[in-house]
Design a protein around this ligand. Sequence first.
Ligand SMILES: C[C@H](CCC(=O)NCCS(=O)(=O)O)[C@H]1CC[C@H]2[C@@H]3[C@H](O)C[C@@H]4C[C@H](O)CC[C@]4(C)[C@H]3C[C@H](O)[C@]12C
Length: 324
Amino acid sequence: MCTAVSFLSKEHYLGRNFDLDISYGEKAVITPRNYPFKMRKLQDLTEHYALIGIAAVFDDVPLYYDAVNEYGLSMAGLNFEGNAVYLEEVPEKLNVTPFEFIPYILGQCKTVAEAKTLLEKINLVNIPFSEQLPLSPLHWIVADKEQTLVVEPLASGLKLYDDPVGVLTNNPTFDKQLLTLSKYRGLSAKTPENTFAPAVDLPVYSRGMGTIGLPGDLTSSSRFARAVFTKAHSICEPTEMSSVSQCFHILNSVEQVKGCCELEEGHFEHTIYSACYNTTKGLLYYSTYDNRQLTALDLHKVDLDGSEPNVYPLLTEQNVHYQN
Ligand SMILES: C[C@H](CCC(=O)NCCS(=O)(=O)O)[C@H]1CC[C@H]2[C@@H]3[C@H](O)C[C@@H]4C[C@H](O)CC[C@]4(C)[C@H]3C[C@H](O)[C@]12C
């Protein structure tokens, strides 16, 4: 399971929990403008916008899970098992493989509006990276400070949805996720009136009664509803640190604790990392399952005209600030 959140405070942030049982050895990677992204079916992207994000690096190629470019356009890929369909090559379209998709969009588009125009021409083609790394069934959130889009590869082609809640999890398809939210219309951050049985005295024995019914389980539809509610009511100061903390608090409301979701004997899905991008400034903050301290990287601290990816292993060891 995974959850992504597009969050607007004074600036815009993209948050993402990466939930899985295993790691692919993901790292923080800054790819400068002149690194040649080799394309399987199109001309190589020899010049493109610079990116910062989390990626697995295989054969020296950064395969991005989530990233932001130097203009503030951000994307994250989340599992979409059983629904994602990648098609055969089509001559009249731009045939892009799923593993090329994030750099192809972020390398060339400054905004979601520009991405929408390019997406109309794209066919996500069923070519895996290698025999060892087969096609991964994904869908994507694409966000900037103005709007959020969800892109789903279906049998009928790429389906684009405007995402009015700025949240994406996993299955089912995004239209169904949105419809399910109506079930929770009555929930509130305030203490509710007794409309249930007004003649009966129903004492308010706890705070938070307006949220009774908000699903607490780990399924993708429940995490979707919980993240939407939390984000919709979230308030913070218009400062960088308050906004970053708040983004992580929203992500923490849907995080996965090791042991609670068993995939196969002894394999537990858990939140391997949480990332929060300040998309305006090109900053990546992350924490990992064991290292609760935030670590940050700045896109603009490397030579963006270079041609080699800058690769930073994630700092996964717990770092405690001892006070006495
Ligand atoms: C499994 C990951 C998504 C995590 C997620 O959504 N979990 C939820 C599981 S569930 O629905 O609740 O069951 C996805 C996100 C990005 C994916 C990776 C990236 O696409 C980059 C390459 C692409 C290659 O084709 C396969 C390996 C890979 C390295 C991918 C492995 C895997 O599919 C990743 C890591």
